[in-house]
Design a binder for this molecule. Structure first.
Ligand code: UD1
Ligand code: CA
Length: 469
């Protein structure tokens, strides 16, 4: 390490002492035309603001301050549990007014200011921008981006290459509107600079708002070091309406699928497949088109998910086959099991290794043992099914009683349940017992026995001929 590098590192280290993020999220988001506060709209399955908070948490900020206003209570419910400090901006009088609400006087070190509606910002890119700010030894940096079609973004006005001002579209001349370098709405600034110049911003513009963008002009006037740091289009991408919201989701999902494919997962048609960011899938697994894989789902290696399945917060182990049109929520499917087509497994269900769950089978809160089968048309709820059990077609556990309570059915290892049987819970069937088809089982069945509980068959000869006369 050269002495210069050492010096910079030391300086960086002292500056690193306090790094605060301020996220502006008080705006109404009028253009969303939705009753939900803008920053709570979901992007790839979680609120826009959650994406930002989680990203910021991996950048080692000393503190994350969020300015809330519109929909304050709801927004706080989501972000306070994530360790964010909130500040209320009672009236939305503009971005500079919003930053002021975050008790700027108590800040030290460096401050990163971000809009709460930019869910595609990556931690890596933000870290790079912070490093760049330090290397440039700037007082204020505006994170900018050059766009083909800059639309509603504030324009970066430079003079001899030096950043001079940000002009909002509403206040811009035709000439200024031609500028393609834009303000992403993100800034890195030294706390002392912010404390000095933020209070000097006045609402002199067309909207009568306090613009944070005026900080640039003030710093330039006072000969402070103002720099523009270029970032990606994803960083610049802000969500202002429902179309942009869906584009943000699409971007995240496409990135996710791409990275899974890079790790060896086979997607037959990525463009029609939806996979949320936290999902894990092992190499060699095949995901057919039209699948929705959500939340904290984990899929092992060499598993197959046929088309049209919905899988949420589930653990699918290796070598599993999930067949067409299956709906899984909070379940575990162990190695080499087969589920579907058209199966529905509800929360707290666990399917054992090599087990088979066939078409039109619904389960809820069931532990279904290794190598057991329920191949057709069955409802099992609140049940423990042992290993190597055969559940015949049309079997039903009657788990819900008139007292509105749920009761359990236990079927031990090796039991054979004939078709069209009902188990009126609570009831237990012992090992290797056989249930005759069409039985309604209301009492426990001892191990190794046969239980038949149905009306006796009576054949009345000649009856048909008699009544037809
Ligand atoms: C702002 C910038 C613009 C930039 C763009 C990038 C200003 C004046 N303009 O414009 O240069 O190109 O971001 O997306 O800063 N907010 C509050 N309180 C307020 C007003 C806004 O908390 O009183 C929050 C909003 O919730 C939002 C963010 O600040 O998260 C930006 O506000 P918005 O109205 O979307 O600003 P833009 O018009 O996009
Ligand atoms: Ca915006």
């Amino acid at each position: 390490m050269t002495r210069d590098q050492k010096n910079t590192n030391q300086k960086n280290k002292t500056r690193l002492d306090r790094l605060t993020a301020i996220v502006l999220a008080a705006g109404k988001g009028t253009r969303m035309k939705s009753p939900l506060p803008k920053v709570l709209h979901p992007v790839a399955g979680s609120p826009m603001i959650t994406h930002m908070v989680q990203m910021l948490k991996s950048v080692e900020f000393s503190e994350i301050r969020t300015v809330v206003g519109a929909g304050k209570d709801l927004v706080e419910k989501v972000i306070i549990p994530q360790g964010v400090v909130t500040f209320e901006q009672k009236e939305q009088k503009g971005t500079a007014h919003a930053v002021q609400a975050a008790q700027v006087d108590s800040l030290e070190g460096e401050v990163v200011i971000l809009n709460g509606d930019h869910p595609l910002i990556s931690a890596e890119e933000l870290k790079r921008a912070i490093d760049c700010f330090r290397d440039l030894d700037a007082d204020l940096a505006v994170l900018t981006c050059v766009l083909k079609n800059p639309k509603e973004f504030g324009r970066i006005v430079r003079h001899n290459g030096e950043l001079r001002a940000i002009v909002e579209v509403k206040d811009a001349s035709a000439e200024t509107l031609k500028i393609r370098e834009i303000n992403t709405g993100a800034y890195i600034v030294r706390a002392d600079i912010l404390k000095t110049y933020l209070p000097q911003i006045t609402p002199h513009n067309q909207q009568n708002e306090y613009y944070l963008t005026d900080l640039v002009g003030l710093c330039v006037e006072n000969k402070k070091k103002v720099e523009g740091i270029q970032v990606s289009r994803a960083f610049a991408f802000g969500v202002n309406d429902q179309i942009q919201l869906s584009q943000a989701t699409d971007y995240i999902v496409r990135q996710k699928i791409k990275s899974l494919m890079q790790d060896g997962v086979i997607f037959i048609q990525p463009s029609t497949t939806y996979v949320e960011p936290a999902v894990q899938i092992g190499a060699g697994s095949v995901i057919y088109p039209q699948n929705f894989i959500l939340g904290n789902t984990k899929i092992g290696a060499f598993s197959v998910v046929e088309p049209n399945c919905f899988i949420q917060d589930s653990e699918i182990r290796s070598g599993v086959q999930i067949k067409f049109g299956t709906h899984l929520e909070k379940v575990i499917v162990k190695e080499k099991a087969q589920v579907g087509p058209y199966a529905r497994l509800r929360p707290d269900t666990e399917i054992g290794e090599d087990a088979k769950v066939g078409n039109f089978v619904e389960m809820k809160k069931v532990k279904f043992g290794k190598e057991s089968k329920a191949s057709h048309l069955t409802y099992l709820g609140d049940a423990v099914i042992g290993e190597d059990v055969n559940i015949g077609c049309g079997t039903i556990t009657c788990n819900y009683a008139v007292d509105k309570k749920k009761y359990q059915t236990v079927i031990e290892d090796g039991v054979f349940v004939g078709s069209d049987s009902q188990f009126v819970a609570p009831v237990r069937v012992g090992k290797n017992a056989i249930i005759g088809s069409g039985s309604t089982i209301t009492k426990d069945v001892p191990a190794e026995s046969l239980a038949v509980a149905r009306g006796q068959q009576r054949n009345i000869e000649g009856y048909s001929k008699r009544i037809k006369k």
